[in-house]
Design a protein around this ligand. Structure first.
Ligand SMILES: [Zn+2]
Ligand SMILES: [Zn+2]
Length: 261
């Protein structure tokens, strides 16, 4: 389904916050509509509810992409599957592709051990693909995964439509060369931006690091997300602008981004 009747991608921010409960900023979740696909990218607590809040249709999701297995990025898979089972308006049989990091299949099996029959519709045909450094081709869309520094098997996602439009999502990450190389020349670079420079924590990015990565990748536009409360107290944009002169946006829940190269 083409979201607006021409070749472009539309990204809706479902959650620009982190695991810390914070007003108006939910757990990580992103809703990507391309010419042929509806993709949920990560989906922590509340992501499913946000889909409804923003008048998007969770029934259209055909692919889910997870960056890593931290609960604030993944836990809403359980209510999603539960809704598919019990919502009579969901057309069955339905196919759902789930792309996740190494270890996802084990995580999924354990969910099924707990919820199994009453949590999963028999009409739902789930295909799981674990990725690390891999390329997946869907109809009209190319997805390239690479490793990044956060958990042992964390991955990033580069989505490129046949039309050429591209989006890169870092998930949670620290600065690393593989991240920069994976995102070279992308149209929209979406990076996590967790902590202020002076309160840097390993495994996450600061505004200065985000600015440097954006400059090194030569991305067309930078979107920052995954804000811990303390980073919201500083002037993120002026810090980023010391390194990167392109367009920068701070994500907010409900924000819509149109990607048209
Ligand atoms: Zn994480
Ligand atoms: Zn996180």
């Amino acid at each position: 389904m083409d979201p607006v009747g021409r070749a472009l991608m539309k990204l809706t921010i479902l959650g620009s916050g982190t695991l810390i409960p914070f007003p108006n900023r939910g757990n990580s979740g992103y809703f990507l509509q391309t010419g042929k696909h509806t993709i949920l990218i990560d989906g922590g607590s509340g992501a499913l509810r946000r889909i409804a809040d923003y008048h998007l249709d969770y029934k259209n999701i055909d692919t889910i992409c997870y960056t890593h297995l931290h609960p604030d990025h993944i836990i809403d898979l359980i209510p999603l599957l539960f809704a598919y089972k019990h919502d009579p308006s969901v057309d069955m049989p339905k196919s759902l592709k789930i792309i996740g990091p190494r270890g996802f299949q084990t995580y999924f099996n354990q969910i099924m051990d707990i919820y199994g029959k009453w949590g999963l519709s028999e009409g739902l045909n789930i295909k799981i693909e674990e990725v690390f450094r891999d390329e997946i081709e869907l109809e009209g869309l190319d997805i390239i995964c690479n490793h990044t520094e956060h958990t042992e098997y964390s991955v990033t996602y580069l989505f490129t439509e046949n039309s050429g439009n591209s989006l890169f999502y870092s998930g949670d990450t620290d600065y690393c060369e593989e991240l920069v190389q994976s995102a070279k020349n992308v149209d929209v670079l979406m990076l996590e931006c967790s902590f202020p420079d002076e309160r840097k924590r390993l495994g996450h990015l600061t505004p200065s690091e985000c600015g440097k990565i954006a400059a090194e990748t030569k991305c067309g536009r930078l979107i920052l997300t995954h804000f811990y409360p303390e980073v919201l107290e500083i002037d993120i944009l002026s810090t980023v602008s010391k390194y990167y002169s392109g367009m920068v946006d701070l994500a907010y829940d409900g924000m819509e981004v149109f990607i048209d190269a």
